[in-house]
Design a protein around this ligand. Sequence first.
Ligand SMILES: [Zn+2]
Ligand SMILES: [Zn+2]
Length: 424
Amino acid sequence: MSQAEPKRQIIWLNTIFLTVTPVLAIASTIYYGLEYGITWREVVAGLVIWSFTGLGITAGYHRLFAHKGYKAHASVRFALAVCGAAAIENSAIAWCSDHRHHHAETDTDGDPYNAKRGFWYSHIGWIFFKGKRGDAYDNVPDLRADPILAWQHRNYLAVAIGANVLFVVAAGLLLGNMLGMVIIAGLLRLVVVQHMTFLINSVAHIFGKQPWSKATTSRDNWFLSLFTFGEGYHNYHHSFQADYRNGPRWYNWDPTKWLIWSLDRVGLASNLRRSPIDMTLRARFDTSRDELKPRALARMGETAEEWALLLQEKREQLVDQRDQLMDSLREGTEALRDRFLSAEAQAELYLQELKSLRADLKERVGLSAAGGSDSERKLHQREAKRLRQAIKRTHAQAMQTMARWESLAKEFLAAAPSPQPAGA
Ligand SMILES: [Zn+2]
Ligand SMILES: [Zn+2]
């Protein structure tokens, strides 16, 4: 919406309806659940009517009317036109006209629910505004010529409201509990079926895989298929629009495809269109080839020199790492060696000191024995005592230092790798 463009007229009926119904549905369901409790009757009726109206859109509006994926008996076309109208997503002619524009001009301004304008616009926002093309319906002449669809278009509101009243009242008469049916099988179911369709326009153009084509934003989203009667395989659908299947494999959850197949079995449908397997496989192959081949070839085209450069780079990194390791090891052993040698020198000093202290003591003892005055003898004895104390102290220090030196030597010898014998 960032582009400058003329302001589009808001359709207030749509805007109010689509804003009020979800709020009303959720609030009244909560109120009803708390006040009366929800039973299996409302749940079953809700699921059944959801299936009828949902399949009216998927098997009817989408795959039969918009894409002509198969032919159906008039009774089936009528039933699908009524059920589809009950989803309140516009008449089949209007819905299919928008949808054909969506396919013809996907992701452009001509696409009514252009996913490039963001989640909210493609989900619901587009319905709030008057379409740019007006209501020409010039891309659905075949549908306008169909008497059932022309009738449905002329009487759309009556059919839509009538079918909803009919379904809900029938459920109420059959299972009882009219109020619960109105809220859950009526209102809540309507909001669910509408938003499941909207999710295909929004989420199925944002989240999922693109195995069949990357030309549009469409995605295959199996999870979405679980709630949309198989419409989640949207990337396949954009690639093979006329295929009556959206999930082509037997294990793809696609109840719409199973319904159409069953109708064919009982003679109510015919001419089921399947895209040829070689075409679908070709699309799949081309899509992954477009993505992978340039990248793979670019890597494969790297020359021997480039690989050699890469290896050289790796090798230099490893050499750097090795040098760093060696440096730290060298630093470690050098520090150890310093401590070892300084301990040795310290021990040597203490031993020298001990030697000279002992010589001093011997001299004092000799002088003391040689006699002299009283005061002289006392001085010699005091000195001798001091020297004995110093010898004791220095002896202890020398012992400590030598023990440290010895343990350094032993620890180092125990931890250091032994040298390889020559010639081994
Ligand atoms: Zn689409
Ligand atoms: Zn389609």
